[in-house]
Design a protein around this ligand. Structure first.
Ligand SMILES: *Cc1c(COP(=O)(O)O)cnc(C)c1O
Length: 379
């Protein structure tokens, strides 16, 4: 997370002094400015700030017209929200195995497509980009929308292009645990005007009297309120300006640690873009080795991270929505429920893999010291 400081404090102070916190009426247009900054930073035509990453996914799904009867292919290693958002719009998530990179396996994606498949949600977990070239190819061949979950990859690049800009539409999260934050927040990114308009509609009640730009070509549908306020907008503008330095700091540490681990023979997991990947994962031959390695400082086994492991998604496994008649699985008609057996390869990889903290808040001498602890006992 980019550290919060005096610049955010002053930016929020200006909004408070101005007195109008509502983005739809404030003439400071802080949220709009942030959206323009974010679109420029990410290389997309449009961005829409919303109040969470989950909201961003819901708006993206509704923008793509995904709903009852549809299936959405979702990476099996992700935060529960990626699958829950699909259910919130009345569609059914179908899990896809991850490969050794801990991101969606394009071959398994192709294998799990059915006549009901409408979209795919690749997830760039832990600042590690997916194999977007192959995922996009499979999507194109099967007429699937690509909805990128880039909630954990704000500012991360795949072959030089921003995660979140690589599919039809993308979602960012700005919650406290993410690369940049305003407490709770998110954004939708797209190059398509019609998808932007539909996402806008979804996030603001479908009201058609506001200045929707460019002029709406689509009739408004019933939306919800996923709006963000000028307070969050003000914080996000500052955070975004600070993000490149933060990522450079992260890149230095990840590169250094990866090099040290590889040289010592610690089994670093492969990635889809050596330049762009800013998350360091090690995958052992056995679960016991991973459990032992996770006892080292700054190391966490991926399997021990609760709702990031799909077998912990109790409500989804039990097919429990807020109302018994709101039953996306019944509407889908196929028995495509998620069970603990859905993705055994993903579970096996999570059991054998650890995240190594890049110690981004620490100076390099501390990182060098930590590298010793991480390589101790290896060649
Ligand atoms: C954080 C996260 C989300 C949801 O973001 P919120 O802002 O917490 O709603 C979705 N997907 C992934 C992969 C995430 O890490």
């Amino acid at each position: 997370m980019v550290k919060l400081g005096m610049r955010e404090f002053l930016a929020v102070g200006r909004v408070i002094a101005h007195g109008d916190l509502l983005r739809t009426t404030s003439n400071l247009h802080v949220c709009q400015r942030f959206e323009a900054d974010l679109a420029g930073f990410s290389g997309v035509k449009r961005s829409l700030a919303v109040n969470s990453g989950t909201s961003a996914l819901i708006c993206a799904l509704q923008a793509c017209g995904i709903g009852p009867g549809d299936e959405v292919l979702v990476s099996a290693y992700t935060w529960m929200a990626s699958a829950a958002a699909v259910l919130q719009v009345g569609a059914v998530p179908v899990l896809v195995e991850v490969d050794a990179t801990l991101t969606m396996d394009p071959d398994d994606l192709a294998a799990r497509i059915t006549p009901r498949s409408r979209a795919v949600i690749p997830v760039h977990m832990l600042n590690r980009p997916c194999d977007m070239d192959r995922i996009r190819l499979v999507a194109r061949q099967n007429d699937l929308r690509v909805i990128e979950d880039a909630c954990q990859a704000v500012g991360i690049r795949y072959k030089g292009q921003a995660c979140g800009s690589l599919g039809d539409i993308g979602a960012f999260s700005f919650n406290q645990a993410k690369n940049m934050t305003c407490g709770e927040g998110g954004a939708v990114l797209t190059n398509a005007d019609d998808l932007y308009q539909r996402a806008y509609c979804a996030h603001d009640m479908g009201v058609d009297f506001r200045a929707l730009t460019p002029a709406a070509q689509v009739p408004a549908f019933v939306g919800a309120n996923y709006r963000i306020s000028e307070i969050e907008g003000a914080i996000l503008r500052v955070q975004l300006a600070k993000l490149p330095r933060r990522l450079a700091r992260l890149r230095r540490r990840v590169r250094y640690l990866r090099e040290r681990l590889e040289r010592a023979g610690v089994p670093v997991a492969p990635d889809n873009d050596a330049e762009g990947t800013l998350g360091l994962v090690v995958t052992f031959e056995t679960e016991a080795e991973a459990v032992a390695y996770a006892k080292r400082r700054g190391v966490h086994r991926l399997f021990d991270n609760s709702k990031h492991v799909y077998t912990e998604w109790t409500a989804i496994l039990d097919r429990r929505m807020a109302h018994p008649q709101f039953d996306p699985w019944a509407w889908n008609g196929r028995n495509s429920r998620i069970t603990p057996e859905s993705c055994p390869r993903t579970l096996d990889l999570l059991r054998r893999s650890c995240l190594v903290s890049p110690l981004v808040d620490w100076p390099m001498p501390v990182v060098r010291l930590a590298a010793r602890g991480l390589t101790e006992g290896y060649a």
